[in-house]
Design a protein around this ligand. Sequence first.
Ligand SMILES: *[C@@H]1O[C@H](CO)[C@@H](O)[C@H](O)[C@H]1NC(C)=O
Ligand SMILES: *[C@@H]1O[C@H](CO)[C@@H](O)[C@H](O)[C@H]1NC(C)=O
Ligand SMILES: *[C@@H]1O[C@H](CO)[C@@H](O)[C@H](O)[C@H]1NC(C)=O
Length: 499
Amino acid sequence: MSSRVRMRIRRHKVFLLCLLGIFVVSFLHYYKALYNIPLLQEFSSPSNHLKTLKIFSDIFWNIPAADFNSQQDVHKLSRLNVKSKQGSFDSNEILPDGKLHERTFVLQNDPTPFFIHTESGAMCLKEGTDLADFATRHKLLQHHREIDPKDKAINTNEQMVRCPCLQGWHGPHCGIPTIVYHSNLPSKSKVTPRKVPRRVINAINVNHEFDLLHARFHELGDVVDVFLICESNFTAYGDSRPLLFRQMILNGTFDYIKHKILYIFLDHFPDGGRADGWIADDYLRTYLTKNGMSRLKGLKRDDVFIIDDADEIPARDGILFLKLHDGWTEPVGIHMRKSLYGFYWRQFGTLNVLSACTAAMLFKVYKGDGILLRRRSYYSMSGFREYENSTGRILVPWAIGSPVHYAGWHCSWCFKPEGIYYKLISAQNGDFPRWGDYSEKRKISYIEDLIQTGGWFDGSVPEYPPSDPKEHMYAPKYLLDNYKKYHYLLENPYAKEKH
Ligand SMILES: *[C@@H]1O[C@H](CO)[C@@H](O)[C@H](O)[C@H]1NC(C)=O
Ligand SMILES: *[C@@H]1O[C@H](CO)[C@@H](O)[C@H](O)[C@H]1NC(C)=O
Ligand SMILES: *[C@@H]1O[C@H](CO)[C@@H](O)[C@H](O)[C@H]1NC(C)=O
Protein backbone atom coordinates (compact mmCIF):
# COMPACT_ATOMS: atom_id res chain seq x y z
CA MET A 1 0.00 0.00 0.00
CA SER A 2 1.36 3.39 -0.86
CA SER A 3 1.74 5.96 1.91
CA ARG A 4 -0.77 8.17 0.08
CA VAL A 5 -3.49 5.58 0.30
CA ARG A 6 -2.66 4.92 3.98
CA MET A 7 -2.98 8.63 4.76
CA ARG A 8 -6.36 8.76 3.06
CA ILE A 9 -7.62 5.89 5.18
CA ARG A 10 -6.37 7.60 8.32
CA ARG A 11 -8.18 10.79 7.34
CA HIS A 12 -11.37 8.79 6.83
CA LYS A 13 -11.00 7.25 10.28
CA VAL A 14 -10.65 10.65 11.93
CA PHE A 15 -13.66 11.89 10.04
CA LEU A 16 -15.77 8.91 11.12
CA LEU A 17 -14.71 9.37 14.76
CA CYS A 18 -15.81 13.02 14.60
CA LEU A 19 -19.17 12.00 13.16
CA LEU A 20 -19.63 9.46 15.92
CA GLY A 21 -18.81 12.14 18.50
CA ILE A 22 -21.40 14.50 17.08
CA PHE A 23 -23.91 11.72 17.01
CA VAL A 24 -23.36 10.85 20.69
CA VAL A 25 -23.65 14.50 21.77
CA SER A 26 -26.85 14.93 19.73
CA PHE A 27 -28.29 11.80 21.18
CA LEU A 28 -27.65 12.99 24.73
CA HIS A 29 -29.45 16.26 24.00
CA TYR A 30 -32.30 14.37 22.45
CA TYR A 31 -32.56 12.08 25.44
CA LYS A 32 -32.56 15.02 27.81
CA ALA A 33 -35.24 16.77 25.78
CA LEU A 34 -37.54 13.80 26.05
CA TYR A 35 -37.94 14.68 29.69
CA ASN A 36 -38.63 18.30 29.02
CA ILE A 37 -42.13 18.24 27.52
CA PRO A 38 -43.36 21.15 29.72
CA LEU A 39 -41.65 23.39 27.21
CA LEU A 40 -44.76 22.95 25.11
CA GLN A 41 -46.88 24.93 27.47
CA GLU A 42 -44.62 27.84 26.80
CA PHE A 43 -45.32 27.62 23.07
CA SER A 44 -49.04 27.45 23.50
CA SER A 45 -49.50 30.04 26.23
CA PRO A 46 -52.69 31.94 25.42
CA SER A 47 -51.26 35.36 26.26
CA ASN A 48 -48.96 35.21 23.24
CA HIS A 49 -51.84 34.33 21.01
CA LEU A 50 -54.03 37.11 22.23
CA LYS A 51 -51.26 39.52 21.34
CA THR A 52 -50.96 38.12 17.83
CA LEU A 53 -54.71 38.12 17.42
CA LYS A 54 -55.00 41.74 18.46
CA ILE A 55 -52.44 42.90 15.97
CA PHE A 56 -54.04 41.02 13.15
CA SER A 57 -57.61 41.86 13.98
CA ASP A 58 -56.63 45.46 13.35
CA ILE A 59 -55.65 44.83 9.77
CA PHE A 60 -58.61 42.77 8.68
CA TRP A 61 -61.58 44.31 6.96
CA ASN A 62 -64.92 44.48 8.61
CA ILE A 63 -68.08 44.67 6.56
CA PRO A 64 -71.51 45.28 8.04
CA ALA A 65 -73.96 42.68 6.73
CA ALA A 66 -76.40 45.15 5.28
CA ASP A 67 -73.94 47.15 3.18
CA PHE A 68 -72.19 44.44 1.32
CA ASN A 69 -72.11 46.32 -1.94
CA SER A 70 -70.75 49.56 -0.59
CA GLN A 71 -67.09 49.88 -1.47
CA GLN A 72 -66.44 52.38 1.29
CA ASP A 73 -67.47 49.95 3.95
CA VAL A 74 -65.25 47.28 2.50
CA HIS A 75 -62.25 49.30 3.56
CA LYS A 76 -63.38 50.20 7.04
CA LEU A 77 -60.95 48.91 9.59
CA SER A 78 -62.27 46.69 12.30
CA ARG A 79 -61.53 47.35 15.93
CA LEU A 80 -62.73 44.12 17.37
CA ASN A 81 -61.55 43.27 20.80
CA VAL A 82 -60.60 39.72 21.38
CA LYS A 83 -62.84 38.38 24.08
CA SER A 84 -62.86 35.06 25.78
CA LYS A 85 -66.18 34.24 24.17
CA GLN A 86 -66.52 33.37 20.51
CA GLY A 87 -69.23 35.86 19.61
CA SER A 88 -72.35 36.50 21.59
CA PHE A 89 -75.81 37.94 21.53
CA ASP A 90 -75.93 41.69 21.36
CA SER A 91 -75.93 42.75 25.01
CA ASN A 92 -77.57 46.08 24.19
CA GLU A 93 -80.76 44.36 23.31
CA ILE A 94 -81.41 41.43 25.61
CA LEU A 95 -84.84 40.46 24.42
CA PRO A 96 -87.37 38.36 26.30
CA ASP A 97 -87.76 34.71 25.27
CA GLY A 98 -90.85 35.64 23.26
CA LYS A 99 -88.57 37.60 20.93
CA LEU A 100 -86.01 34.87 20.46
CA HIS A 101 -86.35 35.37 16.72
CA GLU A 102 -85.45 39.06 16.87
CA ARG A 103 -82.12 38.78 18.64
CA THR A 104 -78.96 39.75 16.84
CA PHE A 105 -75.63 38.03 17.10
CA VAL A 106 -72.23 39.72 17.16
CA LEU A 107 -69.52 37.71 15.42
CA GLN A 108 -66.14 37.88 17.07
CA ASN A 109 -62.76 36.42 16.29
CA ASP A 110 -62.30 32.97 17.72
CA PRO A 111 -59.43 33.34 20.25
CA THR A 112 -58.76 29.59 20.42
CA PRO A 113 -55.00 29.02 19.95
CA PHE A 114 -55.32 26.45 17.16
CA PHE A 115 -51.64 26.75 16.20
CA ILE A 116 -48.39 26.49 18.08
CA HIS A 117 -46.05 29.28 17.07
CA THR A 118 -42.32 28.72 17.10
CA GLU A 119 -39.73 31.44 17.64
CA SER A 120 -38.62 31.05 14.06
CA GLY A 121 -42.13 31.92 12.89
CA ALA A 122 -43.34 28.47 11.94
CA MET A 123 -46.94 27.55 12.77
CA CYS A 124 -48.07 24.00 13.50
CA LEU A 125 -51.71 23.03 13.93
CA LYS A 126 -51.82 21.67 17.48
CA GLU A 127 -54.19 18.80 16.85
CA GLY A 128 -52.37 17.71 13.70
CA THR A 129 -48.92 17.82 15.24
CA ASP A 130 -47.04 15.20 17.19
CA LEU A 131 -46.50 17.47 20.17
CA ALA A 132 -43.98 15.25 21.96
CA ASP A 133 -41.81 15.06 18.86
CA PHE A 134 -42.28 18.78 18.33
CA ALA A 135 -41.07 19.63 21.85
CA THR A 136 -38.08 17.39 21.45
CA ARG A 137 -36.98 19.01 18.22
CA HIS A 138 -37.27 22.49 19.59
CA LYS A 139 -35.44 21.73 22.76
CA LEU A 140 -32.71 20.28 20.60
CA LEU A 141 -32.62 23.35 18.40
CA GLN A 142 -32.31 25.59 21.44
CA HIS A 143 -29.41 23.60 22.77
CA HIS A 144 -27.62 23.87 19.47
CA ARG A 145 -28.15 27.60 19.49
CA GLU A 146 -26.73 27.90 22.99
CA ILE A 147 -23.67 25.93 22.01
CA ASP A 148 -23.09 27.77 18.76
CA PRO A 149 -25.29 30.86 18.36
CA LYS A 150 -23.58 31.90 15.15
CA ASP A 151 -24.12 28.69 13.26
CA LYS A 152 -26.40 29.73 10.41
CA ALA A 153 -26.96 26.14 9.36
CA ILE A 154 -28.66 25.43 12.67
CA ASN A 155 -30.73 28.57 12.74
CA THR A 156 -32.18 28.06 9.32
CA ASN A 157 -32.40 24.31 9.35
CA GLU A 158 -35.68 23.47 7.65
CA GLN A 159 -35.76 19.99 9.11
CA MET A 160 -35.73 21.40 12.59
CA VAL A 161 -38.64 23.82 12.20
CA ARG A 162 -40.93 21.65 10.09
CA CYS A 163 -43.94 20.37 12.02
CA PRO A 164 -43.99 16.63 12.67
CA CYS A 165 -47.52 15.55 11.62
CA LEU A 166 -49.71 12.99 13.28
CA GLN A 167 -51.32 10.36 11.09
CA GLY A 168 -54.26 11.86 9.20
CA TRP A 169 -52.71 15.35 8.92
CA HIS A 170 -50.56 16.71 6.14
CA GLY A 171 -48.68 19.74 4.83
CA PRO A 172 -45.87 21.83 6.30
CA HIS A 173 -48.16 23.03 9.12
CA CYS A 174 -49.94 19.72 9.69
CA GLY A 175 -53.16 21.65 9.01
CA ILE A 176 -54.45 19.66 6.02
CA PRO A 177 -56.66 16.75 7.05
CA THR A 178 -56.76 13.63 4.90
CA ILE A 179 -60.19 14.52 3.51
CA VAL A 180 -58.71 17.71 2.03
CA TYR A 181 -55.38 16.11 1.12
CA HIS A 182 -57.21 13.57 -1.08
CA SER A 183 -59.71 16.09 -2.45
CA ASN A 184 -59.61 17.76 -5.87
CA LEU A 185 -58.54 21.12 -4.43
CA PRO A 186 -56.34 22.46 -7.25
CA SER A 187 -54.23 24.77 -5.10
CA LYS A 188 -53.29 22.42 -2.28
CA SER A 189 -49.70 23.56 -2.19
CA LYS A 190 -50.77 27.20 -1.96
CA VAL A 191 -52.91 27.02 1.16
CA THR A 192 -51.49 28.90 4.11
CA PRO A 193 -52.56 29.02 7.74
CA ARG A 194 -54.35 32.18 8.83
CA LYS A 195 -53.25 34.28 11.75
CA VAL A 196 -56.91 34.91 12.63
CA PRO A 197 -59.46 32.16 11.96
CA ARG A 198 -62.41 32.84 9.69
CA ARG A 199 -65.74 32.90 11.43
CA VAL A 200 -67.94 29.97 10.38
CA ILE A 201 -71.70 30.29 9.94
CA ASN A 202 -73.76 27.13 9.55
CA ALA A 203 -77.36 27.55 8.36
CA ILE A 204 -79.99 24.79 8.60
CA ASN A 205 -83.76 24.46 8.38
CA VAL A 206 -85.11 22.17 11.03
CA ASN A 207 -88.31 20.18 11.18
CA HIS A 208 -88.05 17.25 13.59
CA GLU A 209 -84.49 15.97 13.01
CA PHE A 210 -83.51 16.52 16.63
CA ASP A 211 -81.16 13.56 17.07
CA LEU A 212 -79.23 14.54 13.95
CA LEU A 213 -79.21 18.10 15.28
CA HIS A 214 -77.50 16.93 18.49
CA ALA A 215 -75.02 15.03 16.31
CA ARG A 216 -74.34 18.18 14.26
CA PHE A 217 -73.86 20.41 17.29
CA HIS A 218 -71.41 17.98 18.86
CA GLU A 219 -69.55 17.41 15.60
CA LEU A 220 -69.21 21.08 14.67
CA GLY A 221 -69.76 22.97 17.92
CA ASP A 222 -66.14 23.96 18.42
CA VAL A 223 -65.45 25.11 14.84
CA VAL A 224 -68.74 26.80 13.95
CA ASP A 225 -69.14 30.29 15.39
CA VAL A 226 -72.88 30.58 14.91
CA PHE A 227 -75.64 28.21 13.85
CA LEU A 228 -78.55 29.86 12.03
CA ILE A 229 -81.49 27.55 12.68
CA CYS A 230 -84.80 28.23 11.01
CA GLU A 231 -88.10 26.76 12.10
CA SER A 232 -91.55 27.49 10.70
CA ASN A 233 -94.99 27.07 12.20
CA PHE A 234 -95.99 25.66 8.81
CA THR A 235 -94.90 22.30 7.46
CA ALA A 236 -93.43 22.24 3.96
CA TYR A 237 -96.89 21.04 2.92
CA GLY A 238 -98.54 24.13 4.40
CA ASP A 239 -100.15 22.63 7.51
CA SER A 240 -99.66 24.10 10.95
CA ARG A 241 -96.95 22.62 13.16
CA PRO A 242 -95.83 23.27 16.76
CA LEU A 243 -92.55 25.14 17.29
CA LEU A 244 -90.80 22.17 18.85
CA PHE A 245 -87.27 23.44 18.40
CA ARG A 246 -88.19 26.74 20.02
CA GLN A 247 -89.65 24.85 22.98
CA MET A 248 -86.48 22.82 23.24
CA ILE A 249 -84.25 25.89 23.26
CA LEU A 250 -86.35 27.36 26.04
CA ASN A 251 -86.63 24.18 28.12
CA GLY A 252 -82.91 23.53 28.28
CA THR A 253 -82.52 20.71 25.74
CA PHE A 254 -79.81 22.65 23.89
CA ASP A 255 -78.24 24.53 26.78
CA TYR A 256 -74.79 23.19 25.88
CA ILE A 257 -74.84 25.05 22.54
CA LYS A 258 -77.55 27.70 23.02
CA HIS A 259 -74.98 30.51 23.09
CA LYS A 260 -74.19 29.76 19.43
CA ILE A 261 -77.73 29.36 18.09
CA LEU A 262 -79.47 32.21 16.32
CA TYR A 263 -83.12 31.23 16.11
CA ILE A 264 -85.02 32.12 12.95
CA PHE A 265 -88.79 31.95 12.83
CA LEU A 266 -90.59 31.67 9.49
CA ASP A 267 -94.16 32.65 10.34
CA HIS A 268 -95.76 32.53 6.90
CA PHE A 269 -96.14 30.18 3.95
CA PRO A 270 -95.04 31.43 0.52
CA ASP A 271 -97.63 32.20 -2.13
CA GLY A 272 -98.03 29.24 -4.45
CA GLY A 273 -96.21 26.94 -2.04
CA ARG A 274 -99.20 24.66 -1.68
CA ALA A 275 -99.64 24.10 -5.40
CA ASP A 276 -95.93 23.84 -6.15
CA GLY A 277 -93.99 22.30 -3.28
CA TRP A 278 -90.64 23.32 -4.75
CA ILE A 279 -91.54 26.95 -4.12
CA ALA A 280 -92.02 26.18 -0.43
CA ASP A 281 -88.84 24.12 -0.34
CA ASP A 282 -86.68 26.86 -1.88
CA TYR A 283 -88.33 29.59 0.13
CA LEU A 284 -87.27 27.95 3.39
CA ARG A 285 -83.60 28.28 2.38
CA THR A 286 -84.03 31.81 1.04
CA TYR A 287 -85.69 33.01 4.22
CA LEU A 288 -83.17 31.19 6.40
CA THR A 289 -80.26 32.93 4.71
CA LYS A 290 -81.75 36.41 4.31
CA ASN A 291 -83.18 36.66 7.79
CA GLY A 292 -80.25 34.95 9.49
CA MET A 293 -77.46 36.89 7.77
CA SER A 294 -79.22 40.22 8.35
CA ARG A 295 -79.14 39.56 12.10
CA LEU A 296 -75.39 38.99 12.25
CA LYS A 297 -73.16 41.90 13.20
CA GLY A 298 -69.50 42.21 12.33
CA LEU A 299 -69.59 39.92 9.31
CA LYS A 300 -66.36 39.93 7.27
CA ARG A 301 -66.00 39.16 3.59
CA ASP A 302 -63.85 36.10 4.22
CA ASP A 303 -66.12 34.49 6.78
CA VAL A 304 -67.40 31.05 5.74
CA PHE A 305 -71.08 30.39 5.06
CA ILE A 306 -72.26 26.77 5.04
CA ILE A 307 -75.84 25.77 4.28
CA ASP A 308 -76.95 22.20 4.94
CA ASP A 309 -80.14 20.24 5.10
CA ALA A 310 -80.77 18.93 8.60
CA ASP A 311 -79.78 15.43 7.46
CA GLU A 312 -76.43 16.54 6.02
CA ILE A 313 -73.66 16.70 8.61
CA PRO A 314 -70.20 17.82 7.44
CA ALA A 315 -67.23 16.23 9.20
CA ARG A 316 -65.54 18.64 11.58
CA ASP A 317 -61.98 18.45 10.20
CA GLY A 318 -62.99 19.69 6.76
CA ILE A 319 -64.74 22.72 8.23
CA LEU A 320 -61.78 23.36 10.53
CA PHE A 321 -59.58 23.44 7.44
CA LEU A 322 -61.79 26.13 5.83
CA LYS A 323 -61.74 28.12 9.05
CA LEU A 324 -57.99 28.13 9.50
CA HIS A 325 -56.66 28.50 5.95
CA ASP A 326 -56.36 30.91 3.05
CA GLY A 327 -55.89 29.78 -0.51
CA TRP A 328 -58.81 27.42 -1.15
CA THR A 329 -61.21 28.18 -3.97
CA GLU A 330 -64.98 28.35 -3.90
CA PRO A 331 -67.78 27.31 -4.03
CA VAL A 332 -67.01 24.30 -1.84
CA GLY A 333 -68.80 20.97 -2.06
CA ILE A 334 -68.77 18.17 0.49
CA HIS A 335 -68.68 14.47 -0.37
CA MET A 336 -71.00 12.78 2.08
CA ARG A 337 -71.52 9.16 2.96
CA LYS A 338 -75.07 8.24 1.97
CA SER A 339 -77.38 6.05 3.98
CA LEU A 340 -81.08 5.41 4.45
CA TYR A 341 -83.18 5.07 7.66
CA GLY A 342 -79.96 4.87 9.70
CA PHE A 343 -76.23 4.55 9.09
CA TYR A 344 -76.55 0.80 8.53
CA TRP A 345 -78.12 0.97 5.07
CA ARG A 346 -75.14 2.54 3.36
CA GLN A 347 -75.64 3.44 -0.29
CA PHE A 348 -73.05 3.32 -3.06
CA GLY A 349 -70.94 6.39 -3.82
CA THR A 350 -71.14 9.77 -2.16
CA LEU A 351 -73.49 12.71 -2.30
CA ASN A 352 -71.53 15.83 -3.24
CA VAL A 353 -73.49 18.96 -2.34
CA LEU A 354 -72.23 22.49 -2.94
CA SER A 355 -72.61 23.80 0.59
CA ALA A 356 -70.00 26.45 1.40
CA CYS A 357 -68.59 29.75 0.17
CA THR A 358 -67.28 32.96 1.66
CA ALA A 359 -69.66 35.67 2.83
CA ALA A 360 -68.35 37.85 -0.01
CA MET A 361 -69.32 35.28 -2.64
CA LEU A 362 -72.68 34.68 -0.98
CA PHE A 363 -73.59 38.33 -1.40
CA LYS A 364 -71.76 39.22 -4.61
CA VAL A 365 -72.69 36.14 -6.61
CA TYR A 366 -75.63 34.45 -4.91
CA LYS A 367 -77.45 37.66 -3.93
CA GLY A 368 -77.45 36.60 -0.29
CA ASP A 369 -79.63 33.57 -1.05
CA GLY A 370 -78.43 30.17 0.16
CA ILE A 371 -80.61 28.16 -2.21
CA LEU A 372 -78.64 29.56 -5.18
CA LEU A 373 -75.41 28.24 -3.67
CA ARG A 374 -76.75 24.69 -3.64
CA ARG A 375 -77.50 24.83 -7.37
CA ARG A 376 -74.58 24.13 -9.63
CA SER A 377 -74.96 27.13 -11.90
CA TYR A 378 -72.70 29.69 -10.20
CA TYR A 379 -70.69 30.41 -13.39
CA SER A 380 -73.75 31.69 -15.21
CA MET A 381 -74.78 34.00 -12.38
CA SER A 382 -74.52 37.66 -13.27
CA GLY A 383 -72.12 38.60 -10.49
CA PHE A 384 -69.75 35.68 -10.92
CA ARG A 385 -67.19 37.06 -13.43
CA GLU A 386 -66.89 40.32 -11.58
CA TYR A 387 -66.48 38.57 -8.27
CA GLU A 388 -63.91 36.18 -9.69
CA ASN A 389 -61.99 39.14 -11.08
CA SER A 390 -62.08 40.83 -7.68
CA THR A 391 -60.49 37.79 -6.04
CA GLY A 392 -57.63 37.88 -8.55
CA ARG A 393 -57.83 34.14 -9.18
CA ILE A 394 -59.72 31.58 -11.17
CA LEU A 395 -62.54 30.11 -9.15
CA VAL A 396 -63.16 26.45 -9.75
CA PRO A 397 -65.41 24.49 -7.48
CA TRP A 398 -63.89 21.74 -5.44
CA ALA A 399 -65.22 19.36 -2.86
CA ILE A 400 -63.90 18.26 0.49
CA GLY A 401 -63.45 14.49 0.48
CA SER A 402 -63.62 12.36 -2.65
CA PRO A 403 -65.81 9.53 -3.91
CA VAL A 404 -63.79 7.25 -1.61
CA HIS A 405 -63.10 9.65 1.27
CA TYR A 406 -66.22 10.64 3.15
CA ALA A 407 -66.20 14.22 4.44
CA GLY A 408 -69.61 14.09 6.06
CA TRP A 409 -72.82 12.11 6.35
CA HIS A 410 -76.12 12.33 4.53
CA CYS A 411 -78.57 10.22 6.48
CA SER A 412 -81.93 10.15 4.66
CA TRP A 413 -85.14 9.39 6.50
CA CYS A 414 -83.12 8.65 9.64
CA PHE A 415 -85.91 8.51 12.20
CA LYS A 416 -87.84 6.04 14.25
CA PRO A 417 -90.99 4.87 12.38
CA GLU A 418 -93.09 7.64 13.97
CA GLY A 419 -90.61 10.22 12.68
CA ILE A 420 -90.82 8.78 9.18
CA TYR A 421 -94.59 8.96 9.41
CA TYR A 422 -94.34 12.61 10.39
CA LYS A 423 -91.95 13.34 7.52
CA LEU A 424 -94.36 11.69 5.09
CA ILE A 425 -97.31 13.82 6.08
CA SER A 426 -95.38 17.09 6.30
CA ALA A 427 -93.47 16.66 3.02
CA GLN A 428 -93.83 19.41 0.45
CA ASN A 429 -96.30 19.03 -2.38
CA GLY A 430 -93.74 18.15 -5.05
CA ASP A 431 -91.18 15.40 -5.63
CA PHE A 432 -93.94 13.07 -6.86
CA PRO A 433 -95.22 10.56 -6.07
CA ARG A 434 -95.85 12.08 -2.66
CA TRP A 435 -95.92 8.92 -0.56
CA GLY A 436 -97.68 10.67 2.33
CA ASP A 437 -100.80 10.79 0.14
CA TYR A 438 -101.20 6.98 0.28
CA SER A 439 -102.72 5.65 3.50
CA GLU A 440 -101.08 2.20 3.19
CA LYS A 441 -97.61 3.82 2.94
CA ARG A 442 -98.23 5.74 6.15
CA LYS A 443 -98.84 2.62 8.26
CA ILE A 444 -96.23 2.15 10.99
CA SER A 445 -96.01 -1.59 10.29
CA TYR A 446 -95.30 -0.89 6.62
CA ILE A 447 -92.62 1.64 7.58
CA GLU A 448 -91.03 -0.91 9.93
CA ASP A 449 -90.84 -3.39 7.06
CA LEU A 450 -89.08 -0.82 4.90
CA ILE A 451 -86.55 -0.13 7.66
CA GLN A 452 -85.96 -3.84 8.07
CA THR A 453 -85.17 -4.48 4.41
CA GLY A 454 -83.88 -1.09 3.33
CA GLY A 455 -86.73 -1.02 0.81
CA TRP A 456 -88.27 2.09 -0.71
CA PHE A 457 -91.89 3.25 -0.89
CA ASP A 458 -92.11 2.26 -4.57
CA GLY A 459 -91.60 -1.40 -3.62
CA SER A 460 -87.98 -1.65 -4.73
CA VAL A 461 -85.27 -3.04 -2.47
CA PRO A 462 -81.93 -1.60 -3.53
CA GLU A 463 -78.63 -3.40 -3.14
CA TYR A 464 -76.39 -2.12 -0.39
CA PRO A 465 -72.66 -2.54 0.04
CA PRO A 466 -71.72 -4.11 3.39
CA SER A 467 -71.30 -1.73 6.30
CA ASP A 468 -69.98 -2.16 9.80
CA PRO A 469 -70.29 0.20 12.77
CA LYS A 470 -66.54 -0.17 13.27
CA GLU A 471 -65.68 1.17 9.81
CA HIS A 472 -64.06 4.57 9.38
CA MET A 473 -66.60 7.42 9.10
CA TYR A 474 -69.53 5.10 9.84
CA ALA A 475 -71.44 7.80 11.72
CA PRO A 476 -70.77 11.10 13.52
CA LYS A 477 -68.65 10.55 16.61
CA TYR A 478 -71.27 11.78 19.07
CA LEU A 479 -73.71 9.09 18.01
CA LEU A 480 -71.07 6.37 18.27
CA ASP A 481 -70.00 7.68 21.68
CA ASN A 482 -73.61 7.34 22.83
CA TYR A 483 -74.24 4.04 21.14
CA LYS A 484 -77.06 2.81 23.36
CA LYS A 485 -79.03 6.01 23.18
CA TYR A 486 -78.78 6.24 19.40
CA HIS A 487 -78.80 2.52 18.77
CA TYR A 488 -81.75 2.81 16.40
CA LEU A 489 -79.63 4.86 13.98
CA LEU A 490 -76.52 2.69 14.24
CA GLU A 491 -77.92 -0.81 13.91
CA ASN A 492 -81.00 -2.03 12.09
CA PRO A 493 -83.59 -2.23 14.88
CA TYR A 494 -85.65 -4.84 13.01
CA ALA A 495 -82.80 -6.99 11.72
CA LYS A 496 -83.50 -9.87 14.16
CA GLU A 497 -86.85 -10.49 12.55
CA LYS A 498 -85.04 -11.16 9.30
CA HIS A 499 -84.86 -14.77 8.20
C1 LIG B 1 -97.74 31.27 12.38
O1 LIG B 1 -97.36 32.36 13.18
C2 LIG B 1 -97.88 33.62 12.71
C3 LIG B 1 -97.29 34.70 13.57
O2 LIG B 1 -97.42 34.40 14.93
C4 LIG B 1 -99.39 33.59 12.73
O3 LIG B 1 -99.89 34.81 12.22
C5 LIG B 1 -99.87 32.43 11.89
O4 LIG B 1 -101.28 32.33 11.95
C6 LIG B 1 -99.26 31.13 12.36
N1 LIG B 1 -99.64 30.08 11.44
C7 LIG B 1 -100.00 28.86 11.85
C8 LIG B 1 -100.38 27.89 10.78
O5 LIG B 1 -99.97 28.54 13.03
C1 LIG C 1 -88.51 20.10 25.93
O1 LIG C 1 -89.45 20.29 24.91
C2 LIG C 1 -89.58 19.21 23.99
C3 LIG C 1 -90.53 19.63 22.90
O2 LIG C 1 -91.72 20.13 23.41
C4 LIG C 1 -90.05 17.97 24.75
O3 LIG C 1 -90.18 16.88 23.86
C5 LIG C 1 -89.02 17.64 25.81
O4 LIG C 1 -89.45 16.55 26.57
C6 LIG C 1 -88.82 18.85 26.72
N1 LIG C 1 -87.72 18.57 27.62
C7 LIG C 1 -87.73 18.93 28.91
C8 LIG C 1 -86.51 18.62 29.70
O5 LIG C 1 -88.68 19.50 29.40
C1 LIG D 1 -61.06 43.24 -13.49
O1 LIG D 1 -60.25 43.95 -12.55
C2 LIG D 1 -59.44 44.96 -13.13
C3 LIG D 1 -58.59 45.59 -12.05
O2 LIG D 1 -58.50 44.82 -10.91
C4 LIG D 1 -60.32 46.00 -13.80
O3 LIG D 1 -59.50 46.97 -14.44
C5 LIG D 1 -61.21 45.32 -14.82
O4 LIG D 1 -62.11 46.26 -15.37
C6 LIG D 1 -62.00 44.20 -14.19
N1 LIG D 1 -62.77 43.50 -15.19
C7 LIG D 1 -64.05 43.15 -15.01
C8 LIG D 1 -64.70 42.41 -16.12
O5 LIG D 1 -64.67 43.43 -14.01
